[in-house]
Design a binder for this molecule. Structure first.
Ligand code: KG4
Ligand code: ZN
Length: 357
């Protein structure tokens, strides 16, 4: 049995978790910085590092307490090495190194994207068949990977510009909703007609499995400019100032039907893009299962569409708590390396642009 403490601090969540044998989650604590960055409409790197510094000790302590263990009961510490914001990554990594140094524990560097994949793999343990196709969709990534037995990765396609979550957040901001826009637009989509505004699908030169979302974002902007929406957008922005977390009912009050149709059409187009390319990638590699992970994997429309698509392989989504950034997924990914004896030394560096394959 191996008990691993995972630490995640790559973006705007400070998280720690204790996971046994890569699948039994003894604790998973996430402290989010939404309220700090909300008023800026996106993550401010300097503020993020400062907030991680403030939160890290309490978050790690709580993870250990909930798991009911002391540092002496741990077998290793897994830390997110990248990709992410360097200032943020450094906080979790330095904390992890300090624990390892003082307790003589092995240190394991984990790729954040691999962590997202393991959020699903640990829940689907035993049922995942290889080769598997992984779609990692979050605020920072939209990647398709082939996963071979033993968790070896091959990159099949990636976004050439915005990540899907980033497109959600930018469109949300453009329409006057608060940060992050993804969950808000997802909650409003069922109230609109997804076929009302026809956005053209992105045409990719070269690798047909690559994604592009910046054209769609610009198309939404053009639509907004052409439909005199300044007043309603202004009303929503004003409302956010005094209500940092409006409910879906409150947003509905502030959103005319034409805007709901626009939102539903945006969501419909994003989901079409994700499904179409995943299906093609699955066919290309002869996938025997499909793993969807990252913050956008919370999207109810995507989950529904993936179920209805009747793909020739089973689809695995993580439970929503494990979809967005957390440290249980880092500890689970670290376990695979623990078993292989892939340990890091104290020269391990935070890498903003770390790639998986
Ligand atoms: O994985 P994550 O927590 O952080 C990154 O690694 O980026 O993902 C956060 C992203 C944000 O862009 C957020 O808007 C998006 O995931 N997101 C969603 C939903 N929930 C979170 N996007 C669409 N629909 C959702 N329900
Ligand atoms: Zn993430």
């Amino acid at each position: 049995m191996a008990r691993i403490l995972g630490i995640e601090s790559s973006c705007d969540e400070t998280a720690a978790a204790v996971v046994e044998d890569g699948r039994r989650v003894l604790s998973s604590i996430v402290s989010s910085q939404f309220d700090v960055h909300g008023k800026y409409g996106g993550v401010v790197p300097e503020l993020a590092s400062r907030e991680h510094l403030r939160a890290i000790t309490a978050v790690v302590r709580q993870a250990m307490e909930v798991a009911g263990c002391g540092y002496g009961d741990l077998d290793a510490v897994g830390v997110t090495q990248g990709p992410g914001l360097v200032g943020s990554l450094l906080v979790g990594m330095t904390y992890g190194k300090a624990i390892c140094y003082s307790r003589g524990l092995p240190l394991i560097g984990v790729n954040h994207i691999e962590g997202h994949i393991h959020a699903v793999a640990m829940e689907a343990a035993g049922r995942l068949e290889f080769p598997a196709l992984a779609l990692v969709v979050s605020g920072g990534h939209t990647h398709l990977f082939e996963i071979e037995e033993g968790f070896r990765y091959r990159l099949l396609g990636r976004t050439r510009d915005d990540a899907a979550g980033e497109a959600y957040d930018k469109v949300g901001k453009l329409l006057g909703y608060n940060y992050p826009g993804g969950p808000v637009l997802d909650a409003l989509s069922p109230y609109g007609n997804g076929r009302a505004v026809r956005f053209s699908p992105a045409k990719m030169k070269g690798n047909a499995l690559d994604f592009s979302f910046s054209g769609l974002k610009t198309a939404v902007l053009r639509w907004v400019e052409g439909h005199g929406m300044e007043e309603e957008i202004g009303r929503r922005k004003e409302f956010c100032k005094t209500n940092p977390r409006p409910s879906t009912a409150e947003w509905l009050e502030l959103t005319p039907q034409a805007t709901l149709d626009l939102i539903a059409s945006f969501q419909y187009t994003v989901i079409e893009e994700l499904l179409r390319r995943s299906e093609a990638a699955g066919e290309e590699i002869g996938a025997r299962s499909w793993v969807v992970s990252g913050g956008v994997a919370c999207n109810a429309g995507l989950r529904d569409a993936a179920r209805r698509a009747r793909l020739p392989f089973p689809v695995f989504f993580p439970t929503p708590a494990l979809s967005t950034d957390n440290a249980a997924m880092i500890a689970a990914a670290a376990f695979v390396k623990y078993e292989r004896g892939e340990f890091a030394d104290f020269s391990l560096k935070a890498q903003a642009g770390l790639t998986l394959a």
